[in-house]
Design a protein around this ligand. Structure first.
Ligand code: BGC
Length: 419
């Protein structure tokens, strides 16, 4: 009998059987920020796969939506010379960590498992540093979504999900008349920015979004379209409740579930939350692209980077984790729970719901049309420093009605100069 050689089974194994190096198991410490109901269910699938391979999953979960707290925790661990085996790192931050020389090269597993042919180029490029894989993607989240409670819309006489901002504000007024909250929001900077970037995309379109928020072009940041975007954002805020400050995103989703609020602007991890609570898409809750943005797609990909470790067993654990992440079985199970779609191409979408199918279709179509754009709020587009500065400005604008639109634009342009 051969047992997996995890430290806990090793002593036992030595007593009863030989334990081959091939199955040498490792403690694999994984830093992530998936702590809400739907998120925890999703990450549990990865844990199960790793345990089935004989490894010991050491959970390093840092609560905090959007991952800012996790990023801070990761920095202090790496600086202290005590990096975890793997960490949820994404977008340009992958490049920054790789440039520090602390990431493990995943080309061996990437080649063996044929990642180049399994991933869309736009995804693979983010995972590579100087042509080598240094991260493995778990999913593609769409950020420009609007969620709604079907029963609340019905009560308010709203017949369909609003397609334009005018339709949205008319629907929001009808909800308000019922004495309910029109927009469930959590006042944290990444949630403010999630709403802001959906507004910019809906008001200005994908090209404007790219110019203003990705290329950080000063002219676009100071334009009539940005003025309109900030006016619209301020108007959306007027439909949120006074207790929104500091609220976690999943609590805002719960307000929609509990018929306290009608709409939420949030990426499709919100769907993971609805599903974990037993709610059915198309029946209990509805999904639609945020107003004006149906032809565009703000993407947000979760991925894991592996840190350089010396221990052979730990390296084997990392390779197994990377292979598991890209496996078809995991990509399906994880994404069914998470609300996202698989990062891997040619997956069978039969088990996925209509929101995921729409996301999958729009991902492909927007890529062809040139309207697939990276999410700034979710660390896909600009350097972490510029992202932080932009988020601060948008949240100040969101929280302080005394900041004029002109000052809001000026502050954005200043923040955009942070590199
Ligand atoms: C991550 C998601 C996560 C969400 C809320 C996003 O930035 O990509 O995986 O569920 O934040 O924490």
């Amino acid at each position: 009998m051969k047992l997996p050689c995890s430290p806990t089974t090793l002593a036992l194994a030595l007593g009863i059987a030989s334990c081959s190096l091939h199955t040498l198991a490792a403690d694999v410490e994984v830093l992530h920020y998936w702590t809400s109901g739907g998120e925890a269910k999703s990450v549990a699938e990865l844990k199960k796969i790793m345990q089935a391979k004989g490894h010991v999953w050491k959970d390093f979960a840092v609560a905090g939506g959007g991952g800012d707290n996790a990023a801070t925790a990761l920095k202090s661990r790496v600086v202290a010379g005590n990096a975890p085996a793997a960490a949820q790192v994404k977008g340009p931050a992958i490049q920054e960590w790789a440039a520090e020389g602390v990431l493990a090269n995943l080309d061996a597993v990437g080649k063996a498992e044929n990642w180049d042919s399994l991933l869309p180029k736009v995804v693979a490029d983010v995972m590579k540093y100087k042509g080598s894989y240094v991260a493995a993607p778990v999913n593609v989240h769409r950020v420009n979504w609007m969620w709604a409670n079907a029963a609340v819309l019905k009560k308010a006489g709203v017949k369909a999900m609003p397609k334009t901002w005018d339709e949205f504000f008319a629907a929001a007024d009808s909800v308000k008349k019922l004495g309910l909250i029109a927009v469930a929001h959590g006042g944290q900077n990444w949630q403010d920015f999630t709403t802001f970037e959906s507004v910019v995309l809906g008001v200005g379109g994908a090209k404007f979004y790219n110019d203003a928020l990705v290329k950080l072009d000063p002219k676009s940041l100071n334009s009539d379209t940005m003025k309109k975007s900030l006016e619209t954002l301020r108007k959306v805020k007027s439909y949120t409740d006074p207790a929104a400050a500091g609220r976690d995103w999943n609590l805002a989703t719960a307000m929609v579930m509990q018929e306290k609020a009608a709409f939420q602007f949030m990426g499709d991890w919100a769907k993971g939350e609805f599903l974990a609570a037993g709610k059915a898409p198309g029946k209990d809750f509805l999904c639609a692209a945020s107003p004006g943005s149906a032809n565009a797609y703000t993407f947000n990909m979760d991925s894991f980077a592996m840190f350089k470790l010396k221990d052979g067993a730990a390296q084997k654990g990392q390779a197994d984790l990377a292979a598991a992440i890209m496996g078809a079985e995991f990509q399906e199970l994880f994404n069914l729970n998470k609300g996202s779609i698989p990062a891997r191409l040619n997956m069978n979408m039969a088990k996925f719901d209509d929101c995921a199918k729409l996301s999958s279709k729009d991902f492909v179509e927007s890529a062809k049309a040139g309207s697939l754009v990276p999410s700034v709020a979710h660390s896909m587009a600009v350097s972490p420093a510029a992202e932080g500065a932009l988020k601060d400005v948008v949240s100040q604008f969101w929280n302080d009605e005394k900041i004029s639109i002109a000052d809001g634009m000026r502050n954005l342009a200043k923040a955009a100069a942070t590199r």
